[in-house]
Design a protein. Structure first.
Ligand code: 4AD
Ligand code: MG
Length: 433
C-alpha cells in the first residue's frame, strides 16, 4: 500500500511506494515515456510514466493532461542524482482530479509585470514566488520566536481606530456606525497602554497607509511588528532592534538556504548582519550628504531614497540614524532634554539601497508636553484622552519600534519591489485580485 507523502518528505521514502497530491507544473512527451513535473506546494518532483508500467487509461490521461491540472500520482521513489532535488517517481498509477480548462496563463516564457500582477492568484504557484513567500514565513516565525523568548507578550491591537498615529495625510477612512473611523497606521499608541499594563509587549498585524505615490517601498496595506516596553530608552531600543534583526537574518540563512540559492541572493552582505550595528546622528548624516551627495541638503530636510542609500553605503551592515529633528517626526516622540529641537528617535536603514526598515524611539512621558504636541500637530484632544491618561497614572520613560515586514523581506531576498513580498499586495490603484 502506498502512503500519502509530500514532496518535502520524499527523501525519507526512497525505495518505497508513495502517493502524491498535486498539480502538473510541466510536461514532456517522449512517446512511450511521459515526464511530468509535479508540484504539491512543498516542492517539485519529476514523475516518469512508462507505458508498460501503468494502465493504458492512466498513460493516455498523462499524455494529454494540460499544465496545472490537479492530479494524484502513485509510484516508487527512486534516487536519481541527475533529477532536481535528487529523487524521481516511477509512476504506477496516475489519476486526474480536474483537467485544467484551457491553457494556463503563466508559461515558462517571460511575462510583463502588469500581466503577472493581474494574475497574482496564479503567479503564486511559481517557484520564485514560493521561495520569497517561504522566506517571508520564516522571517515572521523568527521574529515571533525571538520576541516570545525575550519575554515580550503578544498583544493584539485594534485595526479600527478613532485617531491617527503617524500623521493625518495617509489615513484610510471608513464608516463606523455612522461616525468616521480609520484603519490603523500602527498599533503603537495602544501598545503603550499595553506596556504600562504588562511591561514588555508586542503587536503584529496589518497596518494601513493611503500612500499616494508609487514607489518600490510603499504598500497601502503592510504588516508591522511593534515591540514596546516600559522603562526603556532610545539606547535600549537600538540594542533590542539590532539583536532582533540579526537573529532574523541569521535564521533565514540557516533555514532557507535553498530558497536564497533559488533567488541567487549574494549571502556575504547578510552574513555580516551581526551586532553591534553602527549608529550615526541625524546631524552627522546631514553633513555626510552635504559633502558626498546633495550640497543643497539642509538640516531639517527629510532623507530621500538616494540620501538613505548614501548613508548606508558608508557601512557594512544596517545603520541606525538617531535624533532626528523633532519637527520631522510624529507628535509622540520624546524631545532630547538638552536639545529639544531633536527627538529621541531612530530609524534603521538596511544595506544595499533598501532604506528604512524600522522606525522607533523613546516616547514622551510628559503630560503637558504631549498636550502641547497634539495642538501643534492640529490633532483633536478627545480621541487621545485615554493616551494622555497613561501620562497621569505612573508615567515612565518607555520606548518601542516598528519593523515593516515587506521591506525586510525585499531586502533579505534582494527584490526590486515590495509587491512580491506579500501574497496579495495592496498598492495605489491596485486592489485586484
Ligand atoms: O516609521 P513608521 O511610520 O513608524 C511607526 O509607525 C511607529 N509607530 C512604529 C513604532 O514605533 N511602533 O513605520 C515603521 C516601519 C517603516 O520603517 C517601514 O519598514 C514600514 O513600517 N512602513 C511601510 N512598509 C511598507 N509600505 C508602507 N507604506 C510603509 N510605511 C511604513
Ligand atoms: Mg518612519
Amino acid at each position: 500500500m502506498a502512503h500519502n507523502v509530500t514532496i518535502e518528505q520524499i527523501a525519507a521514502h526512497a525505495g518505497e511506494a508513495v502517493t502524491l497530491h498535486g498539480w502538473v507544473a510541466d510536461k514532456t512527451d517522449k512517446g512511450k515515456l511521459q515526464f511530468l513535473r509535479v508540484r504539491d506546494g512543498t516542492g517539485v518532483i519529476q514523475a516518469t510514466l512508462f507505458h508498460k508500467s501503468v494502465s493504458p487509461e492512466a498513460f493516455e490521461a498523462a499524455k494529454h493532461v494540460p499544465q496545472e491540472s490537479s492530479v494524484i500520482v502513485t509510484g516508487e521513489v527512486r534516487q536519481e542524482p541527475r533529477a532536481p532535488g535528487g529523487y524521481e517517481l516511477s509512476v504506477t498509477d496516475f489519476e486526474v482530479v480536474q483537467r485544467a480548462r484551457g491553457e494556463f496563463p503563466i508559461t515558462p516564457k517571460e511575462h510583463g509585470i502588469e500581466f503577472l500582477m493581474a494574475n497574482r492568484h496564479l503567479w503564486l504557484r511559481s517557484s520564485r514566488q514560493h521561495a520569497i513567500l517561504r522566506v517571508r514565513a520564516t522571517i515572521i516565525q523568527a521574529i515571533r520566536n525571538w520576541l516570545d523568548e525575550q519575554g515580550f507578550l503578544l498583544m493584539d491591537t485594534p485595526i479600527l481606530t478613532p485617531a491617527a498615529v503617524e500623521g493625518t495625510t495617509t489615513l484610510f477612512e471608513t464608516d463606523f456606525y455612522g461616525d468616521p473611523a480609520y484603519l490603523t497606521q500602527s498599533g503603537q499608541l495602544y501598545n503603550e497602554a499595553n506596556a504600562m499594563a504588562f511591561g514588555k509587549v508586542y503587536c503584529f498585524g496589518p497596518t494601513f497607509r493611503a500612500e499616494k505615490s508609487k514607489t518600490r517601498r510603499h504598500l497601502s496595506e503592510f504588516w508591522m511588528v511593534e515591540p514596546e516596553w516600559a522603562f526603556g530608552t532610545l539606547d535600549d531600543y537600538m540594542k533590542v532592534a539590532e539583536q532582533m534583526v540579526s537573529y532574523v537574518v541569521q535564521t533565514v540563512l540557516e533555514k532557507r538556504a535553498a530558497e536564497m540559492e533559488m533567488l541567487e541572493r549574494d549571502l556575504a552582505p547578510l552574513k555580516r548582519v551581526v551586532p553591534p550595528f553602527p549608529r550615526i546622528s541625524y546631524d552627522d548624516a546631514v553633513k555626510l550628504i552635504q559633502t558626498k551627495g546633495d550640497a543643497n541638503f539642509k538640516w531639517g530636510d527629510d532623507f530621500g531614497a538616494p540620501d538613505e542609500t548614501l548613508i548606508s553605503e558608508q557601512f557594512d551592515r544596517p545603520v541606525f540614524v538617531y535624533k532626528y529633528p523633532t519637527e520631522m517626526k510624529a507628535f509622540y516622540m520624546a524631545p532630547d532634554a538638552e536639545r529639544p529641537e531633536v527627538c529621541l528617535s531612530a530609524d534603521l536603514l538596511a544595506p544595499e539601497g533598501y532604506g528604512e526598515i524600522i522606525g522607533g524611539g523613546q516616547r514622551s512621558d510628559n503630560l503637558e508636553y504631549l498636550e502641547a504636541q497634539l495642538e501643534k500637530h492640529k490633532l483633536p484632544r478627545e480621541p487621545y484622552e485615554w493616551y494622555l491618561d497613561l501620562r497621569k497614572y505612573g508615567s515612565v520613560p518607555h520606548c518601542g519600534f516598528g519593523l515593516g515586514i515587506e521591506r525586510t523581506v525585499a531586502w533579505i531576498c534582494k527584490l526590486e519591489h515590495v509587491r512580491e513580498t506579500i501574497p496579495f499586495p495592496r498598492m495605489l490603484e491596485k486592489i485586484y485580485p
